[in-house]
Design a protein. Structure first.
Length: 479
């Protein structure tokens, strides 16, 4: 078991662990019990600006470090995490609440971003073109954007950090990471690991704060900060885009989702149920990719419903770090309130509860299946972020596509059909940044992850993820 007294809990600035000038600290709670695990430092605006100073001072040296060397730091970080999967998984299970199998999967996924971007560090492109007139040359190169401000959510405390730190460091940027206050311990542990892997002082800085709004405003109005990469809710993302507008800060936004899961009559039932369980229940439904709305064609709906109720009903609810658990607690009481209110609102609107539907003690909410929620009900419009599946039957492909697209979100959609031609045609018409065909898990460090509409701007992972931390420079050369 992790010795929580040995965990780093101060701010990590310029390669040193420093206390905040604010004397109050932030409690880190175990969602399974509500008890404090430990406390972490609570950064002031001045602490945030000190982190920017450290990142700014380290930037020229890191940008000039050979790409191979930058890549090797990331490669060592990949190897260090891989050797400590169990340790990181337990830490995540304790502060976030997710079940150990989900936590282990997250740690491996998080490590893969470091491996992928270790390889991308030496693939920064550039090219030389001949202008159409033939007399001049167009030289194109890419340079690191600069000091990058990274803000991450609590639902994937390791992977959302590595998905940003990996490409930033590969590109030659230095970073100030502000993790969610619910899950800061994984971020601090990651900072210690990167230092061990050879990241020089100031290249990676991590700060926690109970007052993210004034701190973010100060950083986004500091002209030394040139990049914001945010993962979190659409509401906060919208606010940060406004803050970033004053200095035209380069922004990447990974925001909320409201994923539809389409099951056609010709789907492989067992495959669709396997995919539904991953798409719905990974992290207990607390994922931006979580399937919110299950649109199931009339000819398969009864069998699919029966199978989903059986599988969700077989899940074991308990503390994430108990090895028997397959569905952990939600992150905090406010999350339970939100899920509970959505379910009650759906029932008041005419939905029927086929499984669960009644909150448990503390932060626990049981796997729940509903049918019959009316079109337009909040449970079909808002991100549920909990273990609740809402089933809606449909008749025609036209109807399914229209229902799926009827949302301001556009992160991911899932399609199940054995007719690949039809599935691809449907995927073409879905207004989402990502579509899973006969797959309930689409996250992959080598693929461009991101949304359209109000789900975000830009992509993380893949080569696109590296390019998000590079500026294009055109040099008009006469020779
Ligand atoms: P959130 O409330 O938006 O918080 C995300 C981060 O923003 C946290 O670090 C939070 O700090 C910080 N924050 C909150 N208010 C802020 C402000 N006014 N100024 C600056 N920073 C602020 O979201 P969440 O509840 O943690 O995460 C869940 C959301 O993230 C869901 O909507 C989910 O879909 C989305 N998400 C998207 C992706 C994706 O890739 N598209 C991936 C994962 C999650 P505090 O913790 O201190 O409040």
């Amino acid at each position: 078991m992790i010795d929580t007294r040995a965990l780093p809990t101060e701010l990590f600035i310029g390669g040193a662990w420093v206390p905040s000038s604010r004397t109050t600290r932030i409690d880190v709670l175990d969602p399974a019990t509500g008890h404090a695990i430990t406390t972490v430092a609570d950064a002031t605006v001045e602490d945030g600006l000190a982190a920017v100073s450290a990142a700014h001072a380290a930037f020229p040296g890191w940008a000039a470090t050979a790409p191979r060397e930058r890549g090797e730091v990331l490669r060592r970080a990949f190897e260090l995490i891989t050797a400590r999967v169990e340790w990181f998984a337990e830490l995540i299970a304790r502060e976030n609440g997710k079940a150990m199998p989900d936590a282990r999967a997250e740690v491996r996924y998080a490590a893969e971003f470091f491996r992928w971007f270790a390889e991308e560090a030496v693939r920064i492109p550039g090219d030389l073109r001949v202008a159409p007139g033939g007399a001049t040359r167009v030289l194109v190169q890419h340079q690191p954007v600069g000091v990058s401000f990274l803000i991450t959510p609590w639902n994937f405390p390791a992977a959302m950090a590595t998905r940003k730190i990996g490409p930033a460091l590969a590109a030659g940027c230095t970073v100030v990471l502000k993790p969610a206050s619910e899950t800061p311990l994984t971020a601090y542990a990651m900072a210690a690991l990167l230092a061990e892997a050879g990241a020089p002082p100031g290249v990676v800085n991590v700060i926690t704060t109970s007052k993210p709004a004034p701190l973010s405003a100060a950083l986004l109005h500091d002209p030394r900060v040139r990049k914001l990469s945010f993962t979190g809710s659409t509401a906060v993302g919208r606010h940060l885009l406004r803050e970033a507008a004053d200095h035209i800060v380069n922004c990447s936004m990974e925001l909320g989702g409201n994923a539809p899961f389409l099951v056609f009559d010709d789907a492989d039932l067992a495959g669709a149920l396997d995919g539904a369980m991953i798409a719905k229940m990974r992290n207990g439904g607390e994922a931006c990719t979580s399937a919110n709305r299950f649109y199931v064609q009339r000819g398969i709906v009864d069998r699919f419903t029966e199978g989903l109720v059986a599988r969700m009903g077989a899940m074991v609810v308990g503390p994430g770090y108990d090895e028997r658990t397959t569905c952990g607690p939600l992150i905090n009481p406010a999350a339970v309130e939100k899920v509970d209110a959505l379910v009650k609102g759906a029932v008041a609107g005419g939905a029927r509860v086929l499984l669960g539907g009644t909150r448990g003690a503390g932060c626990f909410y049981p796997p729940t299946v509903l049918v019959g929620a009316p079109v337009g009900n909040a449970i079909l419009r808002e991100e549920i972020f909990g273990p609740v599946a809402v089933l809606v039957p449909f008749d025609t492909t036209e109807e399914a596509v229209a229902l799926a697209n009827d949302t301001e979100y556009g992160l991911v959609a899932y399609v199940y059909s054995e007719d690949l031609k039809k599935a691809l045609a449907v995927a073409d018409r879905l207004e989402f940044g990502m579509v899973g065909i006969n797959r309930g898990l689409i996250s992959d460090p080598s693929a461009p992850f991101g949304g359209v509409k109000e789900s975000g701007l830009g992509r993380e992972g893949a080569h696109e993820g590296l390019m998000a931390y590079l500026e294009t420079k055109y040099i008009a050369a006469a020779w």
